[in-house]
Design a protein around this ligand. Structure first.
Ligand SMILES: [Mg+2]
Length: 122
C-alpha cells in the first residue's frame, strides 16, 4: 500500500471534497479535523504528504507544520497549505513554518492533483 495523503481541515465539507478529489486520482487518504488530530494521525499512519488548512481550532496549520518540522523524521515530508487566506504575509508565514507549497481556496481539483503528485514523487 502506498503512502497516504493526510488531509487536515476543520470543515467537513472541505475534507470530504479534497478526499474525493484525491481518491478519484488514486491516492490513499486519511482525514483529520484539526492540527492536534492531524499530528496524532501522522504518527499513527504511513503518511507521504500533508495537505493542511490554516484556520482550525485546537491547533492551527502554522503550529502543526512547525511541530512536524521539529521532528527529524519529517524534515523532508511534503506539506501543502490550502487556505482561504490570500495575503502575502500569510503565505510567508506558511513558508517560514516549513510548507513546500501554499494554495489558495477555492480548490482547483486538477491543480491540486498535479501538485500532490509532483511533491509525492520528488
Ligand atoms: Mg478552517
Amino acid at each position: 500500500m502506498s503512502k497516504a495523503v493526510l488531509i487536515v481541515d476543520d470543515s467537513e465539507m472541505v475534507r470530504n471534497f479534497h478526499a474525493y478529489i484525491l481518491k478519484s486520482a488514486g491516492f490513499n487518504v486519511i482525514s483529520a479535523v484539526d492540527g492536534a488530530d492531524g499530528l496524532e494521525k501522522l504518527y499513527m499512519n504511513d503518511i507521504g504528504l500533508v495537505l493542511t488548512d490554516i484556520n482550525m481550532p485546537n491547533m492551527d496549520g502554522y503550529t502543526l507544520i512547525e511541530k512536524i518540522r521539529s521532528d527529524e523524521e519529517f524534515e523532508d515530508l511534503p506539506i501543502i497549505i490550502i487556505s482561504t487566506e490570500d495575503e502575502a504575509r500569510d503565505k510567508q508565514r506558511g513558508y517560514d513554518a516549513g510548507a513546500n507549497l501554499y494554495i489558495v481556496k477555492p480548490t482547483d481539483p486538477a491543480n491540486l492533483i498535479e501538485n500532490v503528485r509532483l511533491l509525492l514523487e520528488e
